[in-house]
Design a protein around this ligand. Structure first.
Ligand code: ADP
Length: 341
């Protein structure tokens, strides 16, 4: 049999349990020849499915064709790297920025979105991955909540796009925005790795990841699977939030993630009517924490009713806000770029 005949025959073979051809699914890695014997190499993760296919193909070709499995197919399974020398699941991104916080509700997602959009406004190619499995609200904040997972003809996941950035969220894996993601952390980790590997991000200057809050499995795995160029830590200024943020800082240090800096969100309140500034939580807490741990202080964002409204309506303040609102995020991005470029 020649190569064309073999490929034609393979075109008719379905992946076990699916109605789709193994050629269309790109399971057929190559059709080659060694010492006159044709060799079909399959790239497959699933051991059982490989065995089924192997025996189907043996029967189909009457043993005339050797069936092999691509040696490196195990790469995709979770093969935990080492945080000091991590794997690189996102070779398409020049720099990965991981945004995290000590606890939820401090504005970590808002900062992630505005940071990503501000980087795109500077002309960089930016992807935003919502890895916050506990509160995936990037779709709402970028007005992509109506999107569902889509695959292109190469079986790659197509990211949503808005405000000049590519966006993918674990939230898109649920049928409705309010469906909880009830995932064990091992499942969450595999889903995130799939998003790193199987989303058609294209070439990126920056991949911004909105991490879950706290110091858990997912943070650790991301640090093992990606060379993170900068961890950005978001906090509010109250002492309780600062205690939690200290743990996040210590964790990044322990797992060798370079810290890009600390952002203090909801720092002070500007009354919308009088424009008077109120330091509700006292002043200087974020700066003092940054200083204590020897990390850069990237900037402050006030507690602003419009920032809340813009964010929750899916119009990021750095794109749609007034000059002052844009300025808070732009300064933070400039300070961050000074650290990592
Ligand atoms: P996290 O990701 O830390 O859980 P979010 O970014 O989802 O926090 O923000 C929580 C809520 O606070 C959202 O409703 C958001 O619009 C609001 N918010 C975030 N930053 C500000 C701010 N600077 N001023 C006012 N509201 C804010």
């Amino acid at each position: 049999m020649n190569r064309e005949e073999i490929l034609k025959a393979l075109q008719e073979v379905h992946y076990p349990g699916l109605e789709r051809s193994i050629v269309d699914l790109k399971v057929v890695e190559s059709v080659t020849e060694e010492n006159g014997k044709p060799i079909v190499t399959l790239s497959m993760q699933n051991d059982e499915a490989f065995e089924v296919l192997e025996s189907r193909l043996d029967a189909l070709f009457g043993g005339e064709v050797e069936i092999r499995r691509k040696a490196s197919t195990q790469k995709k399974s979770i093969n935990y790297g080492d945080t000091a020398n991590p794997n690189n699941r996102a070779p398409y991104a020049k720099k990965v920025i991981a945004v995290t916080s000590g606890k939820g509700g401090v504005g970590k997602s808002t900062v992630s979105v505005n940071l990503a959009v501000a980087l795109a406004q500077k002309g960089f190619a930016v992807g935003l991955l919502d890895a916050d499995v506990y509160g995936p609200n990037i779709p709402r904040m970028t007005r992509t909540a109506h999107e569902t997972l889509r695959w292109n003809e190469n079986d790659r996941i197509v990211p949503s796009e808005n405000f000049g950035i590519k966006i993918m969220s674990v939230g898109l894996t649920t049928p409705a925005p309010d469906t909880p993601l009830v995932w064990r952390s091992s499942v969450a980790v595999s889903a995130l790795i799939q998003f790193l590997e199987d989303v058609e991000w294209g070439e990126l200057d920056f991949l911004v990841i909105d991490m879950p809050p706290g110091t858990g499995d997912i943070q650790l795995t991301m640090a093992q699977e990606l060379p993170i160029a900068a961890g950005v830590i978001v906090t509010t200024p109250q002492p309780v939030a600062l205690d939690d943020v200290s743990r996040a800082i210590m964790m990044f240090k322990d797992i060798n993630v370079p810290i890009g800096g600390l952002v203090e969100n909801m720092s002070f309140f500007i009354a919308p009517d009088t424009k008077k500034r109120y330091d509700i939580f006292g002043e200087g807490g974020g700066e003092a924490t940054a200083q204590k741990y020897g990390i850069p202080f990237l900037g402050k964002i006030p507690l602003d009713m419009q920032i809340r409204a813009f964010s929750d309506e899916g119009t990021p303040p750095v794109a749609m806000g007034d000059k002052e609102q844009k300025g808070y995020y732009k300064r933070i991005v400039d300070n961050l770029l000074a650290q990592i470029l």
